[in-house]
Design a protein around this ligand. Structure first.
Ligand SMILES: Cc1ncc(COP(=O)(O)O)c(C=O)c1O
Length: 359
């Protein structure tokens, strides 16, 4: 057999990979520090973790059986939580899987999808995997969506537009007025509300009137389930029906189902954690207000994007040398920026101390 290289699909042979965040063990190894001393603020994870009822629910699950391919209990619980009809909700292995599924449903190889950079890298990554063309419409200087520029990209080859609200990493939201303008375009508009519980604002009420609107949500952040992989979407029953037909039948695992149900049952307790994180965000902003060499972008999510006048790399290294790991970016627009995940009170104190000693 000659080299297997010729067998790879040509567009996947040398793909630009997604840049995931390093786990604690890798951060500790790279910087030669004790994993116990790593403060991981690079993944917008929720340090309060899952509700205690989640572990008990997973332990009671029947792990030897395949989970329900129709996700009946999950969709009923989500319908109750969101107020959307049962046939308009669908769960997946995190928002990430749903992004991939939407591409599979709507975008032929060579067709186009839009995002508005800087934004979440998964949209472009899934586009590359699908051999689709990603057209990134730059945001304005204050990171708002440039509605006119997006409108100019509307053509028969363009199927999807992804907009995160609040946007990762900039923390700002899409307004209802702007979304209404975009919904007039001939494409599916996906509003990614992964950080919804932190912002308290949603555009999901527009779904019944707009068949081309899809709302994405996640259990990773507010419910502390990033390691479980479970998220969901709200959209027209037609889209949901088609996604049900093409998804992997058992895409929501039994532990994920148990975790989602227990989390929604105890949502009041989880929202107390969310509120504590929001308080910490305020504390961090208050500190940043007093630092002249740092500009921050007001955020309604569980992270804050900061711009450092001297550049991001030096600041990243200084924080890392103190065991504090935040998110840096390869995007040229973000060469001076770091994204700080907001955590528990004691983590905010340590982050503020590390920043104060580094600026
Ligand atoms: C905007 C945005 N969408 C989706 C996701 C993926 O979420 P999930 O963990 O549900 O796959 C993230 C994760 O960071 C995100 O920031």
């Amino acid at each position: 057999m000659a080299s297997i290289n010729r067998l790879f699909r040509s567009h996947l042979a040398h793909i630009k990979v997604y840049e995931p965040v390093d786990p604690v063990s890798e951060l500790a190894r790279k910087y030669g520090i004790d994993p116990e001393n790593v403060l991981k603020l690079n993944g917008n994870e929720n340090p309060f973790g899952p509700h205690p009822a989640v572990k008990a629910a997973i332990a009671e699950g029947e792990l030897h059986l395949y989970p329900d391919p129709n996700q009946v209990k999950v969709r009923q619980a989500l319908a109750e939580y969101t107020g959307a009809p049962f046939e308009c909700v669908l769960a997946g292995a995190g928002g990430d899987e749903l992004i991939d599924l939407l591409l599979r449903l709507f975008v032929e190889p060579g067709e186009r999808l839009l995002d508005c950079e800087p934004t979440f890298g998964m949209y472009a990554f899934c586009a590359r995997i699908a051999n689709a063309e990603i057209v990134s419409v730059p945001r304005t200087a204050d990171f708002e969506v440039d509605i006119e520029a997006v409108t100019r990209e509307d053509n028969e080859h363009t199927k999807l537009l992804f907009l995160a609200s609040p946007n990762n990493p900039t923390g700002n939201e899409l307004s209802e007025a702007d979304l209404l303008k975009l919904l007039a375009l001939n494409m599916i508009i996906v509003v990614d509300e992964t950080y919804y519980e932190f912002s308290g604002n949603t555009l999901a009420h527009l779904v019944p009137e707009h068949e081309n609107l899809v709302i994405l949500r996640s259990m990773s952040k507010w419910a502390g389930l990033a390691g479980v992989r479970v998220g969901y979407m709200i959209g027209s029953s037609t889209i949901v029906q088609h996604l049900m037909e093409i998804k992997q039948p058992y895409n929501v695992t039994a532990p994920a189902e148990a975790a989602l149900l227990a989390s929604l049952e105890h949502r009041g307790d989880l929202m107390e954690n969310v509120n504590m994180i929001r308080e910490q965000r305020g504390k961090l902003e208050e500190f940043l207000d007093g630092v002249e060499s740092v500009k921050y972008f007001p955020s309604t999510a569980n992270f804050i994007l900061c711009e450092f006048s001297e550049g991001a790399n030096e600041m990243y290294e200084r924080l890392a040398s103190k065991g504090v790991f935040v998110r840096k970016f390869s995007h040229p627009v973000l060469s001076h920026h770091l994204r700080l995940t907001v955590g528990r009170p004691e983590e905010t104190t340590r982050l503020i101390e590390a920043l104060a000693a580094s600026v």
